[in-house]
Design a protein around this ligand. Structure first.
Ligand code: SF4
Length: 353
């Protein structure tokens, strides 16, 4: 991210941050508790529960010593009670191993019970101003838009790219930087300006000058999420290589789609007639007659094959290509385990010479 944008973001955050009871208290326990409460619950629902919880259990020691019934009562309304149980477990661990304090070290934080990389990064950066990423859904949305990352936001790779970009900034060791304000700034921007539902309010955004999505009118398409139901479309060209007696048939690999079944040889692309001839000649066959067969489509659950096919008549099939190829006559062709994906072509030969 450009230095000017980092400065603008931090400045924007300092001027626009919403008031939260856990914000700017300087107490790592507050950051930890609020982050855990906010994991599956909206801010407005968390606010009163947080205040009540903090009033009764103001620090790690009181949480570690709280009896379970009281803890559950304090957690009531927030749901996902395992979060509360993990909080107490971690508090007990901190009492035993860290003198009742959250360590100011990202790696150590990550090893604590119930604390994952995001929460560890949030505590380290927000409470201790350490240069560590804390990447949640808001941060991913803002930064995929800012950097123009068009790959599916759910891919681990996208998170890695964002993490690398953040680490570049952290490594730059800009003495003016507040890592705490920077991380919270991106989070706050994602919650209030670059919002998850509805259009982002780019005109108000401190990053708009260099935001790829805004500058390229792509805020509707980034972040990109592929439809889980979307099928991959694969173009294929099949070669029905035959002489007067036999057809050349290929046995599919013993793993993967249609494993171990028979098919007409083919390639995963649509070849033109001349490309197809070149390909068949490279396989060692000399066509004497070529017939274009009808196109066919076959739909699998996550994949669609769009097939074009050519019948390539040769004088005599004198060789097979390797042990996965077979020569079969027309009768055998009808009885082989050839999947229905190729029915259009097997039917074709059951009806013709
Ligand atoms: S300019 Fe718009 S799309 Fe880009 S980060 Fe800001 S709010 Fe999000």
């Amino acid at each position: 991210m450009k230095n000017t944008d980092i400065k603008k973001l931090i400045q924007w955050y300092d001027q626009n941050k919403r008031s939260m009871p856990w914000r700017d208290t300087g107490n790592p326990y507050d950051v930890w508790l609020s982050e855990i409460m906010l994991q599956q619950t909206r801010i407005e629902a968390v606010r009163p529960k947080y205040l009540a919880f903090k009033k009764e259990l103001p620090d790690i020691a009181s949480l570690a010593n709280c009896d379970d019934d009281r803890l559950m009562r304090l957690w009531e309304g927030l749901g996902y009670y395992s979060r509360a149980r993990n909080l107490k477990k971690c508090a007990m661990y901190l009492m035993e191993h860290y003198d009742g304090k959250l360590p100011d070290n990202f790696e150590l934080l990550k090893k604590l019970p119930g604390i994952g990389p995001y929460t560890a990064g949030a505590i380290a950066s927000i409470a201790y101003n350490l240069p560590t990423p804390a990447i949640d859904g808001n941060v991913l949305r803002v930064l995929t838009r800012y950097y123009g990352i068009t790959e599916d936001i759910r891919l681990p790779k996208v998170k890695e790219i964002i993490e690398d970009k953040l680490n570049d900034f952290y490594r730059s060791k800009n003495p003016d930087s507040s890592y705490s304000s920077f991380n919270q700034g991106i989070m706050e921007l994602g919650e209030t300006v670059c919002v998850p539902n509805g259009a982002p309010q780019c005109k108000k955004c401190p990053l708009n000058k260099n935001c790829f999505a805004y500058q390229n009118k792509m805020t509707e398409s980034i972040p990109y999420r592929s439809s889980l139901k979307e099928r991959k479309i694969l173009e294929r060209t099949l070669f029905v290589i035959r002489d007067n007696q036999s057809f050349l048939i290929h046995k599919r690999p013993h793993k993967g789609l249609l494993a171990g079944l028979y098919e007409f040889p083919g390639v995963d692309a649509h070849l033109t007639k001349s490309e197809m001839i070149r390909h068949v000649e490279l396989l060692g066959f000399t066509p004497i007659k070529i017939t274009t067969l009808p196109d066919a489509k076959h739909i699998f659950t996550h994949l669609e094959w769009n097939m074009r096919a050519y019948e390539i008549k040769v004088a005599e099939i004198q060789h097979i290509l390797d042990e996965n190829y077979y020569l079969v006559n027309k009768k055998e062709l009808q009885s082989l385990a050839i999947p229905s994906a190729f029915r259009k072509y097997t039917d074709w030969y059951s009806l013709r010479d």
